[in-house]
Design a protein around this ligand. Sequence first.
Ligand SMILES: [Zn+2]
Length: 148
Amino acid sequence: MQCDEIKELLAGYQDGELDGAQTAQVREHLAGCEACRTELGRLNKVKEVASKVQYKDLPLEVWEGYWQGVYRRIERGLGWIFASLGAVILLCFGLFHLVRDFFLRPEISIFAKLGVAGLIIGGAFLLVSLIRERMFAYHRERYREVQR
Ligand SMILES: [Zn+2]
């Protein structure tokens, strides 16, 4: 048999679909033909890759879970961005008014100003500490999501 004929039989040979005589012919040809052995090797690799891809595609709910996770992460990320933006704007606005209408007014006692300054600085420290704790918990949660 010629190489062209053998190559047409190789897929069937690989899947064990040939009859006894054909199998013997292909086997005999392969023993003496490097090119057809290489071709069979290529077919085996293709089959191997195809079976792996199928295996990966099979559990659909895994993919659904993956996209749900991505969506949730985007949603949460957007939530954090908008909330932070709003907080920064409000903070700047509030600070501006506080400085202009409270700290820069000479008729307000220095003690009241010191008291309010203390409250603000203490509150800022508490807020930063709270945010850091929340971020730590968020990252740990994400880590757990990845692990699952
Ligand atoms: Zn050949």
